[in-house]
Write a protein that binds this ligand. Structure first.
Ligand SMILES: Nc1ncnc2c1ncn2[C@@H]1O[C@H](COP(=O)(O)OP(=O)(O)OP(=O)(O)O)[C@@H](O)[C@H]1O
Ligand SMILES: [Mg+2]
Length: 252
């Protein structure tokens, strides 16, 4: 089975609030419709881009529930807008004949100090058996220490890869892979991730941008799961990555 994470940088216009990138969404849907999903199935996770990060930052949701009505409503609106993006993304996918089903992180995951500690997996396993593609996204689930947390779709993708024993996780972004001085790095060892951080700039996102994504990815070292980072706007790149062809950056 494989996990595909469609980055918010690719499926939304990050600099414009609540702005979906319709052409990338359509292209992802089209490419997903051409994959067989026979090899243990697929889970899709997507980022929140301009539907989630600005609101989460504005309401300082990273620290969880602050006991105020305003903080609570900030979390509710963030969840609402992320849901809205998810619905639009899923509509494009099911219109292409792919059986994609929205799965809510708020009722599937529990975090403790922002890390996933519990997951209600039975329905997801059943969906996979039926050939359904479960779709998750970054969200604000309940947290044992701080009321709720901002849970990144990157953490979800890595957690699900381990949980279901994926052979590969593909991270789609708005850039063609990991860039070093403007050039795509074709391959990186898990052990070289800390050194690579000097080439990563912070985008000030609620869930930590590329730096945090790479930290999540690093936790897969030794698992046998390989990671590919690709440009989702590049025609055919997702399909090539799913089929194991060389594209973007391979981390193993
Ligand atoms: N060395 C680098 N190589 C590639 N991208 C980089 C690098 N340094 C910074 N970036 C930035 O990281 C961004 C990708 O991370 P970002 O968190 O914004 O995307 P995402 O995870 O797809 O979005 P979301 O968090 O909404 O899902 C790219 O848009 C790029 O501008
Ligand atoms: Mg991100």
């Amino acid at each position: 089975m494989i996990i595909v994470k469609a980055g918010g940088s690719a499926i939304t216009h990050k600099s414009e609030p609540y702005s979906p990138n319709e052409s990338t969404i359509a292209s992802v849907a089209e490419q997903l419709s051409q994959t067989s999903r026979s090899d243990g199935g697929m889970i899709l996770v997507h980022g929140v881009g301009s539907f989630g990060h600005p609101l989460a930052k504005e309401h300082d949701l990273g620290h969880g529930y602050d006991g105020t009505e305003e903080g609570l409503m900030g979390a509710m609106f963030t969840h609402y807008w992320v849901d809205e993006l998810s619905q639009r993304f899923i509509k494009a996918i099911i219109d292409h004949g792919v059986p994609a089903l929205r799965c809510r992180p708020t009722t599937s995951f529990v975090t403790k100090s922002r890390r996933i500690v519990d997951f209600y997996s039975e329905p997801i396993g059943k969906y996979l058996e039926m050939g359904i593609v479960p779709v998750f996204h970054g969200d604000v689930p309940a947290d044992r220490d701080q009321g709720f947390s901002v849970l990144s779709s990157d953490q979800i993708a890595v957690f699900l890869a381990r949980h279901f024993g994926a052979r590969k996780v593909i991270f789609g972004m708005d850039v063609p892979g990991l860039l070093r001085e403007g050039e795509t790095v074709p391959e990186l060892g898990f052990g070289a991730i800390p050194e690579f951080m000097e080439f990563v700039s912070d985008n000030n996102d609620a869930s930590g941008g590329l730096q945090k994504k790479l930290q999540e990815i690093q936790a897969l070292e030794g698992s046998g799961i390989e990671v590919r980072l690709i440009g989702l706007g590049e025609p055919g790149a997702l399909l090539r990555a799913i089929e194991g062809e060389v594209v973007g950056t391979l981390i193993r």
